[in-house]
Design a protein around this ligand. Sequence first.
Ligand SMILES: [Zn+2]
Length: 387
Amino acid sequence: MAYMDSEADLAGVVGHEIGHVTARHAAQRATSQQNAGLGVFAASVLGAVLESQGLPGAGQLAGQVSQTVAAGYVASYGRDQELQADGLGAEYLSRIHYDPRNMIDVITVLKNQERFAADQAKEEGRPAPAQGNWLASHPSNDQRMQTITQLASQYKGQGNYVDEGRARYLKVIQRMTFGDSAEQGLVRGRNFYHGPLGFALTAPQGWGIQNDADQLSVVNAAHDAAMVVRVVPAQAGTTHTEILRNVLKPTQGSTQPAVINGLQATRFTGARKNAQGQVQTLEATVVSGPEARNYLLLLSAKDAPTLQRARTQLQEAEGSFRALSAQDRSAARPWVLKAVPYPKGGFTELARTSPIANPEKQLRLINGYYGGGEPKVGELVKVIEGM
Ligand SMILES: [Zn+2]
């Protein structure tokens, strides 16, 4: 919603989704889902890493990841379905007296997000993220744009169009959270803050933080080593030894008491047998975190040599686990959207007070000026602020 600019844009997105329903795309998809067969795709690299470690729960978790990935694939509509949904979206817009050309705005937003992601990757020396036509089942945004422009022109001049509802829309999205929410934890640069759970950690230089529903991972650039953080369920035990025994089910190993930023911890090094009966090494730490919650920090990598190479950084990540300090708490506030009059100093001026990374480009992106151009001075534009 932050990237939309009016009620009519939002209506275009909703119209596209309704189009999938009315054209019965899901029913067609159910058949292809049976044919695709779940689990044929490898899990995310991280899932594969966990799986190779053969950790109890991790195998299941990797299975879940793999299913999600596979389901994500079959759940995505085919390219013809997407193009048809765009067309239906445009038709519905015209039927409720919005200009169907708003569908073009919506596709432009998608195209610009793709460009922004590619530009970012280039600046950071990373390979460009997968394009919109991933797995060749998806139409490219360029193709969608071409098709929708043709379609929208068919409706041209049909309309006594109603107001696109820009002012109302900008009013409604005021104070809306932009990006990570406090409830789920915020990634800010190399830091992660979780207000409700009361902990923070910092990724080593060049590493990333991946915040999923059931676990947090600090992952290296090659995506073959990670520290995985999970909240230990209460039923897993009360003492660290009990937790390690119940959660990891090791066949052998030793523990060592430790203190991480004032928090009591127990380090474990050992081994277990995986489902195939192979012995695998395990390295994990249980920490008594804030609010009487225990955390399992699992050091894992693709194989033993990778783990050895990443050890210093993995230990650095582990050593950064901490209860939120006052400073962390103030950094842990989400960003919010606001609408302000466009100043004479332009996006450059607005960027100066914005807390986000690459603020000028991001502000251009959310306001529909990524490709260039300027709003009129005094016209309302969206900005992102700290709370
Ligand atoms: Zn769609």
